[in-house]
Design a protein around this ligand. Structure first.
Ligand code: NDP
Ligand code: A1CAB
Length: 306
């Protein structure tokens, strides 16, 4: 069944979502493409950003296909970019609506939707918005039946390299109709796990904010290389490959506990244990744990600030 997707708030994350889905639309098999939307609508706050979304996506396609193809030659039946004033038009035209506006913009937009009296039972709402619970969305919409999915991912999702946490809710019959297609579309963002919605604030901290934490560590590694006289580019390349290689090693050893892999690097009386002890003295590990749990605490507060 052909279906349409509207991205309400097509900024950093909305564009990441579109880029990942678009990549499969361009490169996927015929069977895969059948599970993806054929029509896309997007809204942005202002006219210039709305126009820019189309340019960004056209550029993406050129990069993926390495050919001068046009959006409409790639199996997109329809593609339109609106401004925030047309959010209701986007919702009316879309079977699935992805909300990727900021948390403080949600209440106004949801009130607009409620006042417009659009029939919602056959629509699917997906929210990427940190802190907003499914219950709070259902309450504002006064709808108990429709499928509402919460999604948390991160900026690497743009390249299909995201970590994704998803929770689906809604009427059982509607869910069974949609779940397969929604999961296939969402899997284009990266590795996906389904968890209860109660874990979404934790996911927001670990996954959503995660790239910034990893980049903070990476920046420190690059700076350390520079301090020891390694030129910037070489320092960045080496630090990046060390992070990437270590991440892959975790996967390739079937998720062997990090402490076991860490032990393999430590020569008695050697460099690594000296470095680790110094980092422990400076509270690096406790700082990371406290930083991530503090991010989760803030996530739990975001939906309450109305
Ligand atoms: N950034 C991240 O790493 C992650 C963010 N999130 C969540 O994703 C959501 C979006 O974040 P992010 O993409 O970073 O934010 P951005 O500011 O990049 O995107 C928000 C978009 O919403 C548009 N917008 C604003 N008001 C309206 C309106 N009334 N109607 C329609 N569109 C509107 C803006 O338009 P314009 O371009 O014209 O300003 C903008 O493009 C947030 O809720 C955040 O919690 C989740 C995971 C990771
Ligand atoms: O910083 C934030 O609030 C958002 C949510 C996760 C990543 N960015």
């Amino acid at each position: 069944m052909a279906y349409s997707v509207g991205i309400l708030g097509c900024g950093v994350m909305g564009q990441s979502f579109l880029s990942a889905v678009q990549k499969c639309r361009v490169l996927g098999t015929a069977e895969e493409k059948q599970k993806l939307p054929t029509k896309f609508y997007t809204t942005n706050h202002n006219e210039e950003s709305a126009r820019n979304v189309k340019c960004v996506l056209q550029e993406n396609i050129k990069k993926i296909s390495k050919e001068e193809q046009l959006l409409n030659s790639l199996g997109f039946d329809e593609y339109e970019c609106y401004t925030g004033k047309d959010n209701l038009k986007l919702i009316e035209k879309s079977d699935v609506v992805l909300f990727s506006i900021k948390p403080y913009q949600m209440e106004e937009v949801f009130n607009q939707i409620k006042q417009a009296n659009i029939s919602l039972d056959d629509k699917v709402f997906i929210s990427l918005v940190a802190g907003w619970t499914i219950d709070s969305m259902r309450e504002l919409l006064n709808n108990k039946k429709m499928v509402i999915t919460r999604l948390m991912t991160n900026t690497p999702a743009k390249f299909g390299e995201g970590a994704v946490v998803v929770s689906h809710t809604g009427d059982e019959e509607l869910l069974s109709k949609w779940k397969g297609r929604l999961n296939f579309m969402i899997e284009q963002l990266g590795i996906m796990v389904e968890l209860p919605e109660s874990k979404m604030d934790a996911a927001t901290a670990l996954v959503g904010s995660g790239p910034a934490f990893v980049l903070n560590f990476l920046e420190a590694m690059v700076d350390a290389g520079l301090k020891m006289g390694i030129p910037y580019k070489e320092s960045y390349m080496l630090a990046l490959k060390t992070v990437e290689g270590t991440a892959k090693m975790g996967q390739l050893t079937n998720y062997t506990h990090p402490s076991v892999l860490k032990h393999q690097v430590c020569t008695p009386g050697g460099t690594t244990i000296a470095g680790l002890v110094e980092m422990d003295n400076r509270g690096v590990k406790a700082g990371v744990i406290n930083g991530i749990t503090e991010a989760a605490r803030v996530a739990s507060e975001l939906g309450k600030k109305k």
